[in-house]
Design a protein around this ligand. Structure first.
Ligand code: AMP
Length: 213
């Protein structure tokens, strides 16, 4: 099963994908996580990506297509995987279709996580992330047991530069302009399932399982 989780930043795609990794064992391929790990490893790709990410812009298609094409060839992706945050543009979607076709595979299901912009701003601006293990918290909804410290690994929590208010507006604008056209792209192919992602995470998870069955 090859699945795409599509939706604006803050719609909960990553959180739900992580839950499915735990329960179903499908690998989660998150280009955002791959880019952040390139940044923390100080690679030249990370350095290039950071300048776009800090401004809320998309990293060039060629960079993320390169990352994904390498990753989907790994052994753990042979029986399926979840794409979280990729594709984000029509050229990325076309490149993905092409690389899968060459391997005799195809995208089977695309799930759209639907949340209104004002709720996304509330979620993103309150989000705090552990720089070490990537766990996410929220200043209102999911507070850690000790303020500013990750429950899982004890590291400090930070607000990602791209979760700051000015950058959030840019990320949402980029989503509407460059990523939202993918809704039509996959709807035409009959692969799209939409779910209301503004409700409680457990309810979203139930809808997700239905959408994938
Ligand atoms: P995310 O964690 O998925 O919200 O991604 C954080 C940032 O990484 C985005 O705002 C982009 O700058 C960059 N990024 C992640 N995935 C992609 C992608 N598929 N195409 C271009 N840029 C991406």
């Amino acid at each position: 099963m090859i699945m795409i989780f599509l939706g604006p930043p803050g719609s909960g795609k990553g959180t739900q994908a992580k839950r499915l990794v735990g329960e179903r064992g499908w690998p989660q391929l998150s280009t955002g996580d791959m880019l952040r790990s390139a940044i923390s490893n100080g690679t030249s790709l990370g350095l290039e990506a950071k300048s776009f990410m800090d401004k809320g812009q998309l990293v060039p298609d060629s960079v993320v297509i390169g990352l994904i094409s390498e990753r989907i060839e790994s052994g753990d992706c042979q029986s399926g995987f979840m794409l979280d945050g990729f594709p984000r543009t029509i050229p990325q979607a076309e490149a993905l279709d092409k690389m899968l076709l060459e391997q005799g595979r195809k995208v089977e299901r695309v799930v759209l996580f639907d949340v209104k912009d004002n709720e996304l701003v509330r979620r993103l601006s309150g989000r705090r992330t552990c720089l070490k293990c990537g766990s996410m918290y929220h200043v209102e909804f999911t507070r850690p047991s000790r303020d500013g410290i990750c429950d899982k690994c004890g590291e400090m929590l930070v607000q990602r530069d791209d979760d700051k208010t000015a950058v959030i507006s840019k990320r949402l604008e980029v989503y509407h302009q460059q990523t939202a056209p993918l809704v039509g792209y996959y709807r035409k192919q009959g692969k799209l399932r939409e779910l209301d992602a503004s409700v409680q995470p457990d309810t979203v998870y139930e809808s997700l399982i239905k959408a994938l069955s």
